[in-house]
Write a protein of this length. Structure first.
Length: 169
C-alpha cells in the first residue's frame, strides 16, 4: 500500500478555496523560546507568513510578496515542547493580490488540549517577472462559508486601502 502524501494528493478544483488550503505543524524547540519558555512572537509571525505564502501560491502560481499582515493579538502562549498547528487558505482574490487567513493552534502533546493562539490576515501582491503588478484570477467560491469569508475580506481590504490613503494614521 502506498503511503498517503498530503503534498501530492488532490487539494480540490484549481482556482477554488479548497485548492489553497494549507496545514503546517511545528514543534516548539528551545531555540524558539524566550526565558519564560514561551515561543517568540516573531517565530510565530514567520510561520504565519510561510503558511500564508503557501496558500497564496496555490492560487496564483507566480511571484508573490507579502504586502501586509493585519493586527496580531496573541491569546495564549505556546510553550516549549508544544505543537503549533497552522491552518491557512485564500479568502479572496483581487485584481493584483490575494488575502489569506491563517489560524494558529497550540496543542499540548501530553494531554491533547488545543488552544487558539492567534489568527492573522495577510495580503500577498502578485508580481510579473519584471516586478510589476500582475493580474490574479478570480477565486471560485463554492460554499456559503467561502462566500462569507470573501465578503469579510472585501470589507477588510476597503479598510486597509482607506488607512493607506490616510497615511496609516
Amino acid at each position: 500500500m502506498t503511503p498517503r502524501d498530503p503534498c501530492t494528493e488532490n487539494h480540490g478544483t484549481p482556482g477554488t478555496v479548497a485548492a489553497t488550503r494549507v496545514q503546517m505543524t511545528e514543534v516548539v524547540l528551545p531555540k524558539d523560546t524566550n526565558k519564560y519558555g514561551g515561543v517568540f512572537g516573531g517565530r510565530v509571525m514567520e510561520l504565519i507568513d510561510i503558511c500564508g505564502y503557501l496558500a497564496a501560491v496555490r492560487h496564483y502560481r507566480g511571484n508573490l510578496v507579502t504586502a501586509s499582515i493585519d493586527h496580531l493579538s496573541f491569546h495564549h502562549p505556546v510553550k516549549m515542547g508544544h505543537i503549533m498547528c497552522l491552518y491557512g487558505q485564500v479568502n479572496a482574490a483581487f485584481r493584483h493580490s490575494v488575502e489569506v487567513g491563517v489560524k494558529v493552534i497550540s496543542e499540548n502533546p501530553e494531554t491533547g488540549d488545543r488552544r487558539h493562539v492567534v489568527s492573522a490576515y495577510l495580503t500577498f501582491a502578485a508580481l510579473d517577472e519584471l516586478g510589476r503588478p500582475a493580474a490574479v484570477a478570480p477565486l471560485k467560491l463554492e460554499t456559503a462559508e467561502d462566500k462569507r469569508r470573501a465578503k469579510s475580506a472585501q470589507k477588510r481590504r476597503e479598510l486597509r486601502l482607506a488607512l493607506r490613503e490616510d497615511g496609516g494614521k
